[in-house]
Design a protein around this ligand. Structure first.
Ligand code: SF4
Length: 399
């Protein structure tokens, strides 16, 4: 494990300057075009600058060589490209990378990058992005829920997580040879993305945009616990894959595990999921994955599997079983491997494609469920990180 404490992101400008400058990171193409129009420039400057920011990871306007000297200077005076500050980062031996960001107001959020099993240089790399600081929904198996809700993230704070992850592969690479390495994004970190709707959709639009990160719509997934009205809106607004954090096959149990179920019960949730898949335009056939965390003796019996088969029988979907990662004081345990496989067999025999999520990044506490757990006790964690950082600095200073 390589631990790399970071005190200040070198790309960051002095925070005091931010009040005077416009952050271009996270602006939509339309907003950026308007920004350049206000400067008396042609709208195509927007796409030029977007390519520099999102495809080459450039934040220094003087390196944007197809802009006039005068425009470079103007941008340097009035604008910045400022991702959230990296407070701490850890790179695991299996290729998993984790960042802790400090966002405006001093709150911390985490982002994890998980490579495919082979960890090839250009292989699949999935980034799990946070959409809120904390979460209001209080799912009983989730450590973020225990933390409560602090605030929504802005588009620059959301897209900035992807920007920094890609940037981490660009160090010491000449600008013209840089390329983005993150291949997949899941909006599955801290928070309920559909409760921070506009910034999340704006960020995903930048992920898909050819002048942004240019990701395929099948490789950007939004995960929701079931904010039903927003699922219908999402289907109209953007074409991305959808994951549903289901975790229970009946209302009684789901009310307990995912309390938002009391407001939007399973009947409504499954109807919304079906509507999402069967878009009016058949060319827009969307994909749905069911996420199901395996909690020992709670939701993992054969009977639960059979109820799940019945619940999902008319919904084209694949099912992802997630071995629970206990966090301190968690009221649940992880189902045994045998139990998970028995559960999976019932689903397979009923014709479902069912995968069991592999745990990755154990040496940096980046496994699913631990992601949010790291910042649950924000004050204590922040204090620990600060102590780690200052210890490293002291040891550097003494050498
Ligand atoms: S599982 Fe998701 S929606 Fe539920 S409390 Fe955790 S972060 Fe919020």
């Amino acid at each position: 494990m390589t631990q790399i404490p970071v005190i200040q992101n070198p790309e960051m400008v002095n925070p005091q300057d931010l009040t005077a400058k416009t952050n271009l990171l996270g602006m939509s193409k339309a907003e950026l075009s308007q920004f350049f129009a206000d400067l008396g420039e042609k709208p195509f400057r927007a796409t030029q600058v977007m390519k520099w920011i999102y495809q080459f990871g450039v934040t220094d306007f003087y390196q944007m060589t197809n802009l006039s000297k005068k425009l470079q200077q103007t941008l340097d005076e009035v604008a910045t490209v400022s991702p959230p500050t990296v407070k701490f980062k850890q790179f695991s031996e299996d290729g998993t990378r984790k960042w802790v960001f400090e966002v405006a107001g001093g709150s911390l959020v985490e982002t994890v990058l998980i490579p495919a099993d082979d960890n090839k240089q250009f292989g699949r790399k999935t980034l799990c992005i946070s959409s809120q600081v904390g979460c209001a929904l209080d799912c009983s198996f989730c450590s973020t829920g225990k933390q409560g809700f602090e605030r929504d993230l802005s588009p620059s704070e959301i897209i900035g997580q992807l920007w920094v992850a890609n940037q981490s592969y660009m160090e010491n690479v000449p600008v013209t040879e840089r390329e983005n390495r993150v291949t997949n994004v899941v909006m599955m970190g801290m928070g309920e993305p559909l409760l921070n709707y506009e910034p999340v959709v704006a960020s995903m639009s930048l992920m898909l945009d050819d002048f942004g990160f240019g990701l395929s719509k099948r490789r950007v997934t939004l995960s929701t616990s079931g904010i039903v009205p927003k699922m219908y809106e999402l289907a109209k607004d953007i074409d991305v894959a959808l994951a549903i954090s289901l975790h229970a096959p009946n209302d009684e149990l789901r009310n307990e595990l995912v309390p938002i179920n009391k407001k939007y019960p399973l009947k409504e949730l499954i109807a919304a999921a079906k509507s999402y898949v069967y878009d009016e335009n058949p060319r827009h056939k969307k994909h749905v994955t069911i996420e199901y965390v395996m909690l020992k003796d709670v939701n993992d019996t054969d009977e639960h599997a059979r109820q799940l088969v019945n619940l999902l029988k008319d919904l084209p979907c694949k099912i992802n079983l997630i071995p629970f990662n206990p966090f301190p004081h968690a009221p649940y345990g992880r189902s045994s491997n045998n139990r998970i496989h028995a559960f999976s067999n019932i689903l397979n025999q009923a014709g479902f494609v069912c995968t069991i999520r592999q745990t990755r990044g154990d040496d940096i506490d980046a496994a699913c469920g631990q992601l949010v757990g790291q910042v649950t006790d924000k004050t204590r964690r922040a204090k620990q990180w600060q102590e780690k950082v200052s210890k490293t600095l002291q040891s550097k200073a003494s050498h």
